[in-house]
Design a protein around this ligand. Structure first.
Ligand code: PBG
Length: 321
């Protein structure tokens, strides 16, 4: 025997010395769901141990995250039905829930990196990410609203906007408006390769944002496509994205690696709601070891090339590390 690979696996000390991928609190972006009201902490039915918070409790939550070493959050809001329309009017309200949430977080923990979701679905009476005309999600009018929405988030104090809508040309529209309005340091984390995935179901429960008709296949990507992911991503970088993203995570790790090899900006992965719920359900049944499978999945996502992971497991994970 000239080569014995098992020498480097003899005990935990040598294994940690040669380990190629390490998970740390710095790797995480924590998704947060915000609702109107006072003293509200509602568990999301399809996402065990994950909650929607009213602003007063959001304050406590972000302080706790900071103390755990979690330094970045991605904010989503659940908009009351009576404020939804087809144009996303409420999305531009300077006193809207998102804008107040951003201020609340910055008040509670000024150093927290605040990213905001930019898409119309939580605000849309149709539950679509853009403006609907004759059953079609129109691109160019939507892109203008998304730029206005981004500006409004940045004016409220957001560090990064995260457009999750997959309209064409929206990164450019956002970047140009932010430059023009003198927010040169506002970042854009683009959901560049976002697939039309069935794994978003629990998230749509969380925000009550399921599409009222049809599906999202005319704007989100076909899960069958690989080369298109590279094209979308390179385009977003050319339009001014600082960070690009692949979404969902586990089923798309081949795409993560290819994109990682093709670009020179940081690559994020969104480990989505369905990925969270699947493991929680299997663990509740006693069929999988929750913590071990969680860490294995997070490690796999990072090993594939993710520089950062938006994950509902962030808190669970850092408590174990
Ligand atoms: C909507 C949006 C979705 C998610 C993030 N932003 C759902 C969708 O596209 O329908 C999904 C996140 C998750 O499932 O965890 N713009």
């Amino acid at each position: 025997m000239l080569i014995r690979n098992r020498r480097l696996r003899t005990n935990e000390v040598i294994r940690s010395l040669v380990r190629e991928t390490i998970i740390s609190p710095n790797d995480f972006i924590v998704p947060l769901f915000v609702v109107e009201g006072q003293n509200v902490k509602e568990e999301i039915a399809s996402m065990p141990n994950y909650y929607r918070y009213s602003l007063d409790l959001l304050k406590k939550e972000v302080k706790e995250l900071w103390d755990l070493g979690l330094r970045s959050v991605l904010v989503f809001v659940k908009v009351p039905d009576n404020l939804k329309d087809n144009k996303g009017t409420e999305a531009l309200n300077a006193e809207g829930l998102m804008q107040r949430a951003v201020k609340t977080i910055k008040d509670a923990v000024p150093e927290m990196l605040v990213m905001t979701d930019v898409a119309l679905d939580p605000y849309s009476s149709y539950g679509h990410d853009g403006i609907v005309e004759d059953g079609y999600i129109v691109n160019d009018a939507t892109r203008k609203v998304l730029a206005q929405m981004s500006l409004s988030h940045v004016q409220a104090g957001a560090d990064f906007v995260a457009p999750s809508d997959m309209m064409d040309g929206r990164i450019q529209a956002i970047r140009e408006l932010l430059e023009q309005e003198n927010f040169p340091n506002a970042g854009i984390m683009s959901y560049s390769a976002k697939y039309a995935s069935a794994f978003y179901g629990p998230f749509r429960d969380a925000l009550d944002s399921a599409p009222g008709f049809g599906d999202k296949k005319t704007y989100q990507m076909d899960p069958a496509n690989r080369e298109e992911a590279i094209k979308e991503t390179l385009q977003d970088i050319a339009e001014g994205a600082d960070i690009v993203m692949v979404k969902p995570g586990l089923c798309y790790l081949d795409i993560v690696r290819e994109i990682k090899n093709a670009v020179n900006v940081p690559v994020a992965v969104y480990q989505v709601s369905g990925e969270y719920s699947m493991l929680k359900a299997a663990a509740e049944k006693g069929w999988l070891d929750h913590d071990a499978v969680m860490l294995e999945q997070l490690t796999a996502i990072k090993r594939a090339g993710a520089q950062m992971i938006a994950s509902y497991f962030a808190k669970d994970a850092v408590k174990l590390l």
